[in-house]
Design a binder for this molecule. Sequence first.
Ligand SMILES: Nc1ncnc2c1ncn2[C@@H]1O[C@H](COP(=O)(O)OP(=O)(O)OP(=O)(O)O)[C@@H](O)[C@H]1O
Ligand SMILES: [Mg+2]
Length: 345
Amino acid sequence: MSTGNLKDIVVNVENLEVTFDEKKIIRNVSFNVRRGEIIGFFGISGAGKTTIIRVLTCQISKKNWTGNVNVTNLSPGSKKNYAKILSNIGYVPQLEELNLYYDLTPLKNVEVFASCYGMKKKEAKNIAMELFSILDIPEDTWNKPLKKMSGGEKKRVSMAIGLIHKPDILFLDEPTTGVDAAKRYDVLSYLKKLNRRLGTTMFLITHDMEAALIVDRAAILRDGKLLEFDSNSNLITSLPNNGLVARFSIENLNEEKINIIKRFPNAPNIKTIRVGNETLEVLMDDFEKNLSKLIQFMMENGLKINAMSRDVAAFRRYFQLRIQEEEEKERLIRIQQDAIEEVEI
Ligand SMILES: Nc1ncnc2c1ncn2[C@@H]1O[C@H](COP(=O)(O)OP(=O)(O)OP(=O)(O)O)[C@@H](O)[C@H]1O
Ligand SMILES: [Mg+2]
């Protein structure tokens, strides 16, 4: 990875390890983030996403972590830096109830937060109005109690609050959770718009694979380890044949049939992923050359193909494949360890 101009690095994490109750939660995580980037943090529940963000936002005591961490060139390992770091960053919590007063108007809500940063009322109001406009929050709601707004509008007010003091970095924990499917994309496009207009660096913790569409780089975490940290397109082109996928509908698909496909001799690096009851996706090197041979191989081995289509893998597939690969690696390591233990006994 090119680290760009060092001046442009707003977050630098080297060998971060976090331990709670003698249990290692984060293992040797390192990455850099450049000014203006949108970073997505992806990983199944318990992977350690929130924990890393909590270290960056001064919410975890230095007693619990080791490594070199800098946020806007200041270490959250030293309490004397907390106030300065917190004035350089904004935080939008997962549940917007946590930073909103429902009986106050959107403008009053912003004022309350702005006063915590020592901002003048007028200045706060001007910035709030600019943010509300970028976020398309209807002007006739600005002076009415927040409880009358829709869920999506409240979420956008919560984002405006995170940005009121013009932070360099905005951290968002699950910004699309609890937003209905149709509106989820709106939230993401507002974030992109804010990022473009204000140049704010953003960290998005999310389970929403669609979010990959707006991030510059995606971090994939599993079991406290950072498996990948790269752009969506680099991740997908690292797949066999740049992520070209053959999707098969196979009659009575089961593990045994999938194992037959995995043994296709012409493409040792073949990858399979089950995406439905009878639907299997296959990725392999030399896709064009191998596809007809694979079909022939499947038929010779008694598999009945009912339909086939082609596609290019999206981030969701990359993520599933990468996690699957890691699980497989760990399974092999466990088998080896068990074998060694047996020999020792
Ligand atoms: N203060 C704590 N004390 C002990 N264990 C903790 C603490 N905070 C987090 N953990 C553990 O660390 C692991 C990672 O938690 P974390 O909240 O970072 O996961 P996550 O990736 O954000 O998950 P989710 O998607 O569910 O929010 C979990 O196993 C969790 O139980
Ligand atoms: Mg979390």
